[in-house]
Design a protein around this ligand. Sequence first.
Ligand code: SF4
Length: 347
Amino acid sequence: MKNIRHSSLQDLEALMKEWSEPAFRAKQIYEWIWKRFAGDINDMTNLSKSLREKLAAAYFIPKVKVHHSQFSSDGTIKNRLELHDGYYVESVLIPTDKRMTVCVSSQVGCSLSCKFCATGFLPRKRNMDFDEIVDEVVLANEQSLQHYGKGITNIVFMGMGEPLLNYKNVMKAIEKISSPDSLGMSPRRITVSTAGIAKMIRQLGDDQVKFKLALSLHAANDRKRDEIMPINETNNTDELIDALNHFYKMTKNEITFEYILFKDFNDSTKDADELVKLYRQVPADLVNIIEYNPIEKAEFMKPEDDKVEAFMKYLESKRVNARLRRSRGKDIDAACGQLANVDKATA
Ligand code: SF4
């Protein structure tokens, strides 16, 4: 059985020709897949029964299903999603006054083992297919309409996995999400977040992508970054600075730094000063300072409020465009770095 979502419109046209079906059937099937997001070939009701049977004998739709959802008191919804081969990933819908953002996963588990991240303690099982990533967005959109009466406005690739290590599928998913033949969302509303794969950041520049880029920095010197993000040993901050400059030169797209504050590790004025120096070497728009959400397996703690305040004040005094992000969905382990397929009571 083949995944019908891996067939292009041209493939479907060729198939219809081979089966002596009229050419317009290909367009109908394509629309069922990418406009109406059919979960089953039998749902394609404007096709003849015999064509549906023929298709269903050779093809299937590996539709992602919501296994269960948890609802936070702040309105955040975390979904445990089941893939066709039984693996699970998580997505998070985050409502704010102006936006409905979905945070999506791109891999089952992650190979990068960042020391503060719950996903990093899971082995990487496989890459997600582009159509599975599109399903995550479609499901979140349906959920958003159902619970909040409006569709999603923004997508961030900050869930499980390193998107740039699943480059082809992430790029293809974004192409579908932004195509007028499918969801038609503006790529300017999409942010891909990376732990820092210099070669692939350069590739994004060469491919002249239209979406935004976020770098999970979390420490502004190599010694500290090596300690919490092993990927830094082969992609150090100098290489990342070069790659980000290349990305900006080629795309002029927004770059954001993500910086989680860990108590007594990266929260001093000296750390803030190192962050300022690095920020000045890259045309970054914004630094998001993120409140840490402790997880059981990691030793890190959240700094005291006055430490956070002093850190923010220092950045402000140096005219860094920095914002403090309070995490959402903490009561359901949906906050940054907490996605780990934890099986909790369904809601
Ligand atoms: S922070 Fe991102 S890259 Fe690092 S282990 Fe977690 S999911 Fe992987």
